[in-house]
Design a protein around this ligand. Structure first.
Ligand code: SIN
Length: 359
């Protein structure tokens, strides 16, 4: 990773301070074993100058360089790295998720791995986090982390975010809380968090439900617990899956018609998430296409583009009559993930509704 000279000086200064302060694990004399799985993103990105914070290239710096750029890591964990992918996260696909989940499960089954950090682009980080939250079969900590500024930027947020994520993944207090996201000194659950600003460093938010904790001087402080089932308590198993069913999102807006829904069904969608307006309302010009899709066996989930709140079953549409599923408060992109996994188990909409009420 490239660093401005000031950053190097800052690193040295903070290195000594961390040494003086002593991490929790360091004081106990036994460091946790944390594996970093690197997938690319801005945290591994480089820009032309130290002031380039847009228009940089994501996914160019390798995992070993990421680790070496934060020598403080060695004081708080036995860190090893693995380059799983090197991509910008807008290119994250189902096949990446399956590969990543299988690797995470394999590693967490090893007694010599205490926790995993996944470095990831921020654009789809919340989706990968939620997918893993549903399919990881371990209570050990799994923490996703990214950055909003490339590694070459003034005040790059990657090094401190990575340091925090490693501390979190190595801390037993983070176990059993599902997959976590550590960004900007905050701890979020995979289910609730979303990227909420295109460019600022405080972009990860769980607007109404809130974060579950802070990280201060490398130490996590938790204030809430996730209430929805996750990881070892889900019914999903990726170990034998080579692909996931095609599920797409059709976005609603004023004047929307049926073109997108019809095109997605024609392209082979097995499930469709209707990103409706308001409480998942069905526009008159779209509803017949969704009804026809359901008649062909496509499972329809009503969600909302609003971003907060519950899409009520039998609220703005009679789901019982239409045989649709209400998407609870999941964003359309997360409803897509749950629907894909649900379809690996069943096509029964009552069962799928149960899963949406559970996860
Ligand atoms: C990406 O998602 O890979 C690019 C943007 C980012 O990481 O912030």
């Amino acid at each position: 990773m490239l660093f401005h000279p000031t950053r190097r000086a800052t690193l040295a200064l903070f290195g000594s301070l961390f040494l003086l302060a002593g991490g929790v694990q360091a004081q106990a004399g036994k460091l946790p074993n944390v594996r970093i799985l690197a997938t690319g993103g801005t945290i591994a990105g480089t820009g032309a100058t130290s002031t380039t914070t847009v228009g940089y290239t994501a996914a160019t710096v390798g995992v070993q360089a990421l680790i070496q750029a934060v020598p403080e890591l060695a004081k708080v964990a036995n860190v090893t790295g693995e380059q799983v992918f090197q991509i910008a996260s807008e290119n994250m696909g189902n096949e990446h998720w399956l590969q990543l989940a299988k690797r995470v499960n394999q590693l967490l089954a090893q007694p010599d791995v205490d926790g995993i950090v996944i470095t990831h682009g921020t654009d789809t980080l919340e989706e990968t986090a939620y997918f893993l939250n549903l399919v990881v079969k371990s209570r050990k900590p799994v923490v996703l982390v990214g950055s909003m500024r490339p590694s070459t930027a003034l005040s790059a947020d990657g090094p401190i975010n990575l340091y925090n994520a490693v501390q979190l993944a190595g801390n037993p207090a983070a176990a059993g809380k599902g997959v976590l996201v550590a960004m900007n000194d905050q701890i979020h659950t995979a289910r609730d968090v979303t990227k909420a600003n295109t460019t600022t460093a405080d972009t990860f938010r769980a607007a109404e439900l809130g974060m579950i904790g802070y990280i201060q001087s490398g130490k996590p402080y938790f204030y809430r617990e996730p209430t929805r089932k996750h990881t070892v308590d889900t019914e999903f198993d990726v170990s034998k899956l080579a692909s996931l069913p095609q599920v797409d999102v059709a976005y609603a807006y004023a004047n929307v018609g049926a073109v997108a829904v019809n095109a997605l069904v024609a392209a082979g969608a097995k499930g469709l998430v209707h990103a409706g307006v308001g409480n998942g309302s069905l526009p008159a010009n779209t509803k017949p296409a969704l009804v026809a899709a359901r008649a062909k066996g496509v499972v329809i989930v009503r969600s909302s583009r609003v971003g907060q709140g519950i899409v009520a079953r039998n609220g703005e549409a009679n789901d019982d009559q239409l045989d649709f599923v209400a998407g609870d408060n999941l964003s359309p992109q997360k409803a897509r993930i749950l629907l894909m996994l649900a379809l690996t188990k069943t096509g029964d909409t009552r069962e799928i509704q149960r899963m949406f009420n559970t996860y």
